[in-house]
Ligand binder design. Structure first.
Ligand code: NAD
Length: 449
């Protein structure tokens, strides 16, 4: 499995969101350092799973069982778009492991979605729910669509068709989708409505719904809030106090923008930020709330006044205490990890750091709080939403946030204790803990002797 690290030699030449690459030698070298790694999210998860399985001494056949998916569904989504043509998208739902409860995981809409990526994200969900100690298995879904290229009603038709084609494997006691990249509360409302047409009103069939449709207070901000809870737990190790902390955010969508706003409420200063359209930096600070308002008003990130528009390299090299990856997988890789000038990374995104990059960063003494624990806030509050829906009851936001804090702190302390005992990085400890809990559940069910 360790061989996979050496595959991180090249970087992708597409999909970084910064336009087509310039092929001139000088530009090509610069581009290599900034684009996504050519190691897939699945290879990244395979590496980390393999490392933990080896340390746990799992026999190969048992490791193969827990690494592979229980069910993988791929469906055709034909939709006639405004150009008059029939476009056929691919929809996916992968259920990785359900030993600890119903499958749970987001649905991603992005042009690069494929079975391999969804499979990786589903497996991460299995370990994540186990580490957080919430009663779910792991799943993920997606459609290979660019949401920026279609109208709202077209997106609604794609979403309803997806539900029609996968509803048989979903439901509140089977598998409960939630938002991810490219999907939001509106997408969840369409999914719930379509499921309701077939099964009757069933709010607990998806989470991350709008408040007006039995969503939970605190769900929209939950992943970003959870990321900040993790920062607060880890901060004393580096003698960081929130009010004196500087941070950078890669990806200013749901997770990144909420993490930034909550960090700012604690008195921390955002000194660099990026999204698919560009990057900004300012040593004196970028106002996270004003940036959200600017983007909501239709502005582009790099047009924001009060900070300097900069290149991706300059963004990566901005000195800061904490770096929050909150975009896509494989964005911190062998060719750019050395450029980061931070002391801590808290992974809001899934699989943002390749194994080779992680090694470079650990060697530099950077503390990495890994995705499988750091970004669990979303699924934890999704769990609260599901619990509230099943009881037709609603908690206030304070109760949601307090309960979220308790679960995130417990997960951090349990993983940290394992890491200390075994003298391993947090990621290794987190995977070990998650895998052990899933195997224990599988044994108790009688799946494994
Ligand atoms: P989102 O669609 O709201 O935001 C994604 C952001 O990434 C956007 O700002 C986009 O412009 C930016 N981006 C895309 N390509 C980029 C590039 N090359 N450079 C810089 N920025 C780029 O998605 P989200 O829900 O915030 O999810 C972000 C990450 O967090 C994903 O990896 C997702 O799997 C993970 N995550 C999300 C949740 C959740 O509850 N939404 C939960 C756990 C993990």
């Amino acid at each position: 499995m360790a061989d996979q690290v050496t595959r991180d030699e090249e970087t992708r030449t597409h999909g970084d969101g910064h336009g087509p690459p310039d092929k001139s030698p000088r530009e090509a070298n610069r581009a290599l350092a900034t684009q996504r790694a050519d190691i897939s999210s699945y290879e990244i998860v395979t590496h980390y799973f393999g490392q933990a399985a080896e340390r746990l001494g799992l026999p190969d056949d048992v490791a193969a069982l827990f690494h592979s998916s229980y069910r993988e569904v791929q469906v055709q989504i034909p939709v006639r778009l405004s150009d008059g043509k029939l476009h056929v998208f691919s929809g996916y739902r992968v259920q990785h492991n359900g030993a600890r409860g119903p499958y749970k995981g987001g649905i991603r809409y992005h042009p690069e979605v494929d079975l391999d990526e969804v499979r990786a994200l589903a497996e991460l969900m299995t370990w994540k729910t186990a580490i957080a100690g919430i009663p779910y298995g792991g799943a993920k879904g997606g459609v290979n669509i660019d949401v920026h290229q279609v109208e709202d009603d077209e997106l609604q038709r794609v979403t309803r068709t997806l539900m029609d084609r996968i509803e048989k494997v979903l439901g509140p006691t089977r598998d409960i989708p939630a938002p991810d990249v490219g999907t939001d509360a509106q997408t969840m409302a369409w999914l719930m409505d379509e499921y309701g047409k077939l099964h009757g009103h069933t709010p607990a069939c998806v989470t991350g719904k709008p408040l007006a449709l039995e969503g939970s207070y605190g769900r929209e901000a939950a992943t970003g809030r959870g990321v900040v809870y993790m920062f607060r737990e880890a901060a004393p190790q580096l003698d960081l106090t929130p009010s004196e902390t500087t941070f950078a955010v890669q990806g200013y969508g749901n997770v990144g923008s909420w993490a930034a706003r909550i960090m700012q409420q604690l008195g921390a200063r955002m000194v660099a930020v990026s999204d698919a359209s560009g990057s900004l930096r300012s040593p004196t600070g970028i106002d996270a709330e004003r940036l959200v308002a600017h983007l909501a008003g239709g502005g582009k990130l790099h047009e924001f006044e009060g900070a300097e528009s900069c290149s991706t390299e300059e963004f990566l090299e901005s000195p800061c205490d904490v770096f929050f990856p909150a975009a896509l997988g494989g964005m911190i890789h062998r060719l750019n990890a050395d450029r980061l000038r931070c002391r801590m990374i808290v992974e809001g995104a899934n699989s943002p750091t390749t194994p080779a990059a992680e090694q470079i960063l650990l060697d530099k003494g950077v503390l990495i709080v890994p995705d499988v624990m750091a970004n669990a806030g979303g699924v934890v509050v999704s769990y609260f939403e599901w619990v509230q829906n099943l009881q037709h009851f609603r908690w206030d936001e304070r109760e949601v946030n307090d309960r979220l804090g308790r679960i995130m702190r417990k997960a951090f302390r349990e993983v940290s204790a394992t890491a200390r005992e075994q003298d391993v990085p947090l990621r290794v400890a987190a995977f070990e803990l998650g895998i052990e809990r899933v195997i224990q559940a599988a044994r108790l069910r009688g799946y494994l002797r």
